[in-house]
Design a protein around this ligand. Sequence first.
Ligand code: NAD
Ligand code: AHE
Ligand code: ZN
Length: 369
Amino acid sequence: MKTRAAVAMQAGQPLVIEEVDLEGPKAGEVLVEIKATGVCHTDAYTLSGADPEGLFPTILGHEGAGVVLEVGDGVTSVQPGDHVIPLYTPECRQCEYCLSGKTNLCQAIRATQGQGLMPDGTSRFSLNGRMLHHYMGCSTFANHTVLPEIAVAKIHEDAPFEKVCYVGCGVTTGVGAVINTAHVEPGANVVVFGLGGIGLNVIQGARLVGAGMIVGVDINPARKGIAESFGMTHFVNPKEIEGDLVAHLVELTGGGADYSFECIGKVDVMRAALECCHKGWGVSTIVGVAGAGEEISTRPFQLVTGRKWQGTAFGGARGRTDVPKIVEWYMKGKIEIDPMITHVLPLERINEAFEMMHEGTSIRTVIRF
Ligand code: NAD
Ligand code: AHE
Ligand code: ZN
C-alpha cells in the first residue's frame, strides 16, 4: 500500500513529506493506522546525527497511537479494530530479560530494531524502490506502519489518540522513572534537571507518590509556571544563581536530594545531578540520552560515600502490561497529559515541531494524521 510519511533522508536535514510504499504484515506482525504521534527530543537527537544507531533514510517517530487494520499469521493478542500504542521497548514475555523479572529491556527483537529492520531482517518501507529504515521499531511519523505483535499495547478504545500517544514515550518514561526505577517514597526530596516533555512527567510522578520537596532545574524560565502546576515546589535557574549549582541544591534540600533525575541528555548536568544527591543514600537516575562518544565522569568518592548512579529506559515500564494501565490512569484523572501538549500540527508541518522544541517554545507537539 501507499502511505504518507515524513522521511528523514539524511542527518541534519528537515523531514520531507512523501507517499511511501509499505508492505503488509508478515507472520507475527500487525499493520497499524497511526492516528497521532508526539515528537520527542530523541527523534531530534537521532535526526541531528548524534545517535550512533542513527540510520538514514528512515521514518522517525516512536510516540504514537492508532488502530490495528490487519494482522499477520499467528497473531493472537490483537485484532483489527483494536486501539494500540506502539512500543519501542517490546514485551515478549519469553526472553531471558522478560523472564528475569529484573528489567523491562526485552531483547527479543533488539538487534534488528537497532539496525532499522523488522525481526526478519527486512524493511516494510520503501520510497521509489529505495529501502527506508524503520526507527526504534515504531516509525510513527508515517500514517501507517508495521510492528511486531510484541511491540503493541492494546489500550482503552475511548482513549483520545491525540493525548495518549504521549504515553508511548514521554509520560511513561517520566512517571515510570519515579515509580519503577527510583522507587521514590512519600516525603522524599526530589531534584529534576530539565523540565521538558520528560522532566514534567517526572515532576508529576513525584507528586503522585507523595514526594516532599520537588525541585525543578531548567535554564528556560518559561518552564517554571507549568512545572509548578504539575507539583514542582521550588524552581532553580542555573543562569540566575550565584556560585556553584551543586552547592546551591545541597543547601536548598537540607543536605542533598534523596532522588535526582537528569532529563536533558547533557553529561555535565548528569554529573551535577549525581553530586547534588544526599551523602549516604541519594540516588541519581539518568533519563537523558547523550550523543555518540560522550562519557560521564565523577570522583569515585561520590559513590564510595553512598550516592548511587543508575539509568532508566522507558521508565522501567513493561509495555504491554503497564502502558494500558497508564492510559487508564489518564482516563480516571490520576495523571494529567493535556496541558503538556502545547501544539497540535498536521504532518505537513512536522518540521515546525522540531524548531519549537529547539527554541524552547513547546513542551510536546503532537502530529495529527
Ligand atoms: P525537551 O527538549 O522537551 O526538554 C529538555 C529540557 O531541558 C528543556 O526544558 C530545556 O530548557 C532544558 N535544558 C537544556 N539544557 C539545560 C541545562 N544545561 N540545564 C538545565 N536545563 C536544561 O526534551 P525531552 O523530550 O523532555 O527529552 C529529554 C531527554 O530525555 C532527551 O535527552 C531525550 O532523548 C531523553 N529521553 C530518554 C528516554 C529514556 O527512555 N531514557 C525517553 C524519552 C526521552
Ligand atoms: N540509540 C542510542 C540510544 C538511545 C536510547 O537510549 N534510547 C532509549 C529510549 S529514548 C526514547 O525517547 C532506550 O530505550 N534505550 C534502551 C535501548 O535498548 O535502546 C545510542 O546511544 O545508541
Ligand atoms: Zn521518546
